[in-house]
Write a protein that binds this ligand. Structure first.
Ligand SMILES: [Ca+2]
Ligand SMILES: [Ca+2]
Length: 923
């Protein structure tokens, strides 16, 4: 490359990347990892945790990519627990889960800006899982998230920036880096330059300009790109909108900044020619991974304008930044890929008129001294957008008037003088079908044999085989039909182990419904698939429920919505970060061939059919419907719920035929107050003293269920609290027989226990132990457990008022009669649970990921065992007397992603690539 001539000899330039791990982010990351390390050396990655991905999933995604690329040396930082005090003191290790304006002393909080980001398909669920490809494609190494051991974003920034001169690339919201700058002004001198993808200065959004009708016309000509919130704010771009005050701190830091805003990225949409060139040039694993992901973005893109409305944002920025870095003698940012010019800009953080007090601005509202000593009538003192439908911002029949996050040009002393990329440069070879210079570079760099990805998931093991396990029920009389409805909290996984261990002649677990609006984010459904695979139950269907509590999704853009209830759960330690990784143990489970995938078909409402629509993740109501359909005449189902009651309410609110087969329902949750001192457990909403969290998370759904005619057994908080002694249950599990599941449960519970003892963020861990009680009561024997029940008339409050929502009232006049578990013998409970998990029957088929790896690295004997006997020698030595498993080599419709051989050109010479057949690449 021409630019290499100008390379300055000597030490490589060090780079820190702050990313929110969207699809385009890992394009940027892979591009950086492929560059010549003696020139440009990516040394650290910090994860932006308040944007397009969830921290717990994105951290392992980064680890997987780095492992594939042989770069386990790159340090990764995510999260942190420190807060910002009312006087503006920024504590160490602020996690960046919340924008600076919302950051108090903790990681739970409202979704002021985050609300604009879709939660499910098309948003965080698809990004957390990379549309399902991440799990099928990326290999798994040793590094993984582990509670309290994971380096935090601030620790990584401090370590790497202290070590010497460094360049920072920010391709998400600016929270992490702004907090770093505000807390460590003495280290600013080490930061040579900041490159930012974000904002729109003179940009005019081309999306929607060719729409056929006025109703389709979206964002055409707007500065910003908030497609879910453009009616209230047509000015902002997502990265800056994610935390405008943070971006202000970065842009005005005095450190040289190069901005790659929408002005430039709008001129580099992914064209059909580029897409096809990438399709033809997948000579490395990294190129394959990018293409597969990009194809899924295209195939699930709403509307027919993918090639005009999906741009290279972060990837383009990585190109512009590194090209400028390689040409350091050029003073004005000359580079190969973008035209640049200096502009005087600022970031709008609040709306005029300034110095108002309307309750929208926590920097000022109710404070004697404004936070960070901000000026009372300054630029930060106006109305701050509170959500995507903030009435202040909406103008009837007109353009929205909120500008939070707008990178506007201004003059005078308030302006920051920054270099701005204004457009992408055309391809210097004008006979090429690739019309941008950067397209060529991206394809070239990604397909370079140097620093090539070593293997993908299937090639990671010599004898990889995709196997689908299903128990053989022939000749068995199956027991009571059960459907388990859970929100993927730690106790729910332990309850599931227990349910799977109960003899199928007693309990027939027919399906699992998942509520992704509780303790874990939707992508955690993959952990559930892995647990079922471990237990040989790939036959149990799993249905994914609604992303929002009843009535909380947005009327106009249902993919986004309010977090009125969800805000009760912390994002960091003890909250989503841990749930999403099962406290660091999720990756110890064997990997299931089943997984969430964004594959879908037109038949189910997708914009177009993808390659494998038959793999589509079923929805909770669909799974429930198929359970109902499968029942013999007169058969009924018992439901156990361990989370918010959204799915059950949806069943009740749908047609009657769907709810009539419900025999009874066991509800884990709810709190019955006997004394004023009996507090609930909605710990992050202090005004709500008496509700239990499962009820609070969707009070309206709880009301629907408790007002219904269902036959309800309640396992309330007070009795759950009687069975939450870690010491006792661990003692019992330690003494029981060692099955993979009893060992796993012991590890998880002892980890929760240790965390509870050592760290204040984990004080609520016993909640998860208590919630196992439901599963045990459901199938348990009254005499062994010494249970007593009482009938109570119960009503649930769903008033929309924080202090009342989810509260249970004993109401003799209007309450419905509910059977309430009053007492249980805790020691019997611990015994029953531990003994069942230690039972050698219905035990795990593959005990762990390590064991799965061993199997995949052992050549299979050419004579396979008969199909009704356990498959591997391991199982032959550990026979399952009452149940045999059928295994099927491949799940119908699943394809192994790649052969065990590396792509043809990986490791070959670059000249091979250059003589490739693609016209765009030949010169
Ligand atoms: Ca990004
Ligand atoms: Ca739960």
């Amino acid at each position: 490359m021409g630019a290499d001539i100008h390379c300055v000899k000597g030490q490589p330039q060090r780079i820190l990347l702050d990313t929110d791990m969207d699809t385009d982010d890992f394009f940027a990351l892979l591009y950086l990892l492929k560059l010549n390390r003696s020139e440009l050396d990516l040394q650290a990655i910090t994860i932006n945790a308040n944007a397009w991905t969830d921290a717990g999933h994105s951290v392992n995604h980064v680890y997987d990519i780095l492992y594939m690329m042989g770069r386990d040396d790159v340090v990764v930082g995510v999260g942190g627990e420190g807060g910002i005090l009312e006087d503006g003191t920024i504590l160490q290790n602020v996690g960046g889960y919340l924008p600076i304006i919302e950051q108090g002393n903790g990681t739970a909080g409202y979704c002021r800006y985050r609300q604009a980001i879709p939660v499910g398909p098309g948003g965080r669920l698809d990004k957390d899982t990379d549309f399902g490809f991440r799990k099928s494609f990326l290999p798994q190494g040793r590094r993984k998230y582990s509670p309290l051991r994971q380096p935090t974003a601030q620790e990584v920034m401090i370590e790497k920036i202290s070590a010497g001169p460094i360049t920072v690339l920010i391709i998400g919201a600016h929270t992490n880096f702004a907090i770093f700058l505000m807390n460590n002004p003495n280290l600013k001198k080490n930061i040579k330059h900041i490159y930012v993808m974000g904002g729109g200065v003179r940009s005019k959004n081309p999306t929607g300009c060719k729409a056929l009708s006025a109703s389709q016309s979206r964002q055409c000509g707007d500065h910003g790109n908030l497609f879910t919130a453009y009616t209230s704010n047509p000015y902002a771009e997502f990265n800056i909108y994610g935390d405008p005050f943070a971006a202000y701190q970065v842009i005005h830091s005095g450190i040289p900044v190069t901005l790659v805003p929408l002005d430039a990225t709008n001129t580099i949409p992914i064209t059909r020619d580029f897409f096809e060139a990438l399709e033809k040039n997948q000579h490395t694993y990294e190129a394959q991974y990018c293409f597969k992901s990009l194809k899924m973005v295209r195939d699930t893109w709403v509307g027919d304008n993918f090639y005009k409305s999906y741009f290279m944002w972060d990837s383009f920025t990585s190109g512009v930044a590194t090209s400028i870095m390689r040409n350091r003698q050029n003073q004005n940012g000359e580079n190969e890929f973008a035209k640049v010019e200096y502009m005087n800009i600022t970031v709008i953080t609040s709306n005029k008129p300034y110095q108002i007090s309307d309750g929208s601005n926590p920097f000022f509202d109710g404070l004697k001294v404004p936070k960070f000593n901000l000026k009372r009538n300054g630029v930060h003192s106006g109305h701050v957008q509170t959500g995507i439908r903030d009435p202040f911002c909406l103008v009837k029949n007109g353009k929205g008037r909120c500008m939070d996050g707008y990178t506007t040009e201004i003059s005078g002393p308030e302006a920051a003088h920054v270099l701005v990329a204004v457009r992408a440069k055309p391809n210097s070879h004008n006979n090429s079908s690739l019309n941008r210079e950067f397209f060529k570079s991206f394809l070239d760099v990604l397909n370079r044999p140097e620093q090539c990805g070593r293997f993908n998931f299937t090639a990671q093991s010599l004898h990889y085989e995709e196997i689908f396990y299903k128990p053989d029920f022939r000749g068995k009389r199956l027991g009571k039909n059960i459907v388990f409805d859970m929100d993927m909290s730690a106790g729910d996984f332990l309850s599931l182990f227990y349910l799977l261990k109960l003899p199928v002649e007693i309990i027939n677990l027919k399906a699992i419904l998942v509520s992704p609006n509780g303790w874990a984010n939707a992508a955690t459904i993959d952990v559930l698939y892995d647990l079922l695979h471990m237990m040989g139950r790939d036959d149990i269907p799993v249905g994914l429920g609604d992303m929002f509590a009843l009535n909380q999704s947005d009327k106009l853009s249902p993919a986004v919505g309010d977090c009125k209830y969800h805000k009760a759960i912390t994002h960091g330690s003890g909250g989503f970060l841990d749930s999403d990784n099962l406290y660091g143990l999720a990756r110890n489970l064997p990997r299931s061939p089943r997984r969430y995938t964004a594959e879908n078909s037109v038949k189910f409402g997708a914009p177009r059919d993808t390659d494998h629509p038959e793999l589509r993740q079923p929805l909770a109501l669909e799974i429930w419907g198929s359970v109902v359909k499968s029942l013999d005449a007169g058969s009924k189902v018992t439901i156990l719920t361990n989370g918010p009651l959204t799915n059950i309410a949806k069943i009740l609110l749908s047609d009657k035929n769907l709810s009539s087969p419900i025999q009874d329902i066991f509800v884990v949750g709810g709190h019955i107050i006997n004394h004023e001192s009996d507090k609930g457990n909605v710990i992050n909403i202090p005004s709500n003293e008496y509700a239990e969290l499962n009820m609070f998370l969707d009070p309206l759904a709880a009301k629907v269920v408790f007002d219904s005619a269902l036959n309800i057994t309640l396992i309330p908080l007070s009795v759950q609290r009687k069975v939450s002694r870690f010491g006792k249950i661990l003692e019992r599990l330690y003494l029981t027989k060692k099955t993979p599941e009893s060992k796993f449960a012991w590890r998880l519970l002892s980890r929760l226990h240790r965390l509870k003892i050592t760290n204040s963020r984990y004080q609520h861990m016993d909640t998860f132990l208590g919630e196992i009680l439901g599963a045990v009561i459901l199938a348990g024997d009254r005499f062994t457990l010494k249970t007593t029940f009482e009938s109570r008339p119960i009503r649930v409050l769903a008033t929309g008022i924080d202090s009342e929502d989810g509260q249970m009232i004993i109401d003799q006049n209007h309450g419905n009669s509910v059977k309430v578990l009053d007492d249980v013998n805790p020691f019997s409970f611990y015994d029953v649970f531990a003994n069942q998990l230690g039972d050698e029957r219905q035990s795990a088929i593959v005990g762990s990921f390590e064991e799965q790896r061993r199997i995949w690295n052992t050549p299979r004997s050419t004579t396979l065992p008969p199909s009704n006997s356990p498959r591997y020698p391991h199982h032959l030595s550990n026979p399952k007397p009452t149940q045999t498993f059928l295994s099927q080599k491949k799940m119908p419709g699943y394809e192994a992603i790649s052969t065990t051989h590396p792509p043809a050109w990986c490791g070959a010479t670059l000249s091979n690539l250059e003589t490739g057949t693609d016209p765009g690449l030949s010169s």
